[in-house]
Design a protein around this ligand. Structure first.
Ligand code: APR
Length: 228
């Protein structure tokens, strides 16, 4: 296998204490996503949206990578071929473990100005009254991709899927597109596909192989197998 493309979702950070979205007690069972994770929600009530992301940023800052993040970093460092990591997660636990990831849904620790597109490291808390450091407009927001917005780096990710020999999805429910469609893209391009999840996802039938269990156990075992 020359090229491995890995897609991660909230399940890989669950054992680091960060909640998933759609499991029992998940983020979207407690919050209305149309209010806190859409451009329309932000236009209606920016303070509410900032509160939501300030709380999530606080949780993420206090979290540590678990054995699954560490194993992926080890794979990136030691594998003889290429290991491309794409994450839907907005936490920075892959980086904290020493891996390099494409954040297709943005990052909690980055801020962006909706008026001039300037980006900077997000402070611990952001407020609707914050002015952009570059253009001065009060249009700052977390650098997060909301529902109804186009994920980042899709062309780059598409090119990697086209040339993947192995595609792995880890800790993602397969409910949110375009990420949920990556397995089909990789398969069409001839990749072998493996799903590593606590349970079979919504797109499970598209995978050649399933490794069921908590990521902190299944991912290190899978990485050991690849590095053997
Ligand atoms: N190990 C492995 N998998 C786990 C674990 C664990 N310890 N805990 C939960 N999971 C699995 C769940 O079974 C579920 O299939 O992780 C998946 C999490 O699914 P979601 O909560 O839907 O998260 P995700 O797929 O990342 O969501 C995609 O939705 O709201 C948006 O932008 C947000 O990036 C997010 C996107």
């Amino acid at each position: 296998m020359d090229k491995i493309v890995i897609l991660t979702g909230a399940g890989i950070s669950a054992e680091s204490g960060l909640g998933t979205f759609r499991d029992e007690g998940g983020v979207w069972t407690k919050y209305d996503l149309s209010e806190v994770a859409t451009p329309e929600g932000f236009a209606r009530d920016p303070a509410k949206v900032h509160d939501f992301y300030n709380a999530r940023r606080k949780n993420a800052v206090g979290a540590s990578p678990n054995a699954a993040h560490v194993a992926i970093a080890r794979l990136q460092a030691k594998y003889a071929g290429e290991v491309i990591l794409v994450t839907q997660n907005v936490d920075s636990l892959h980086e904290a473990a020493g891996a390099e990831a494409i954040h297709m849904h943005g990052r909690l620790d980055r801020a962006i100005c909706a008026a001039c597109n300037a980006r900077w490291d997000a402070p611990p808390e952001m407020f609707a009254t914050d002015a952009c450091r570059v253009c001065g407009k009060t249009a700052t927001r977390p650098d997060i991709v909301w529902f109804g917005e186009v994920p980042k780096a899709l062309h780059v990710i598409g090119d990697h899927l086209e040339s993947a020999d192995l595609f792995a999805a880890i800790g993602t429910s397969g409910q949110v597109y375009p990420a949920a469609g990556f397995v089909a893209e990789a398969k069409r391009a001839g990749a072998r596909t493996v799903e590593i999840n606590l349970e079979r996802s919504d797109v499970a039938s598209l995978f050649d192989e399933h490794r069921i269990g908590p990521a902190s156990e299944t991912v290190p075992a899978w990485v050991d197998m690849l590095l053997r």
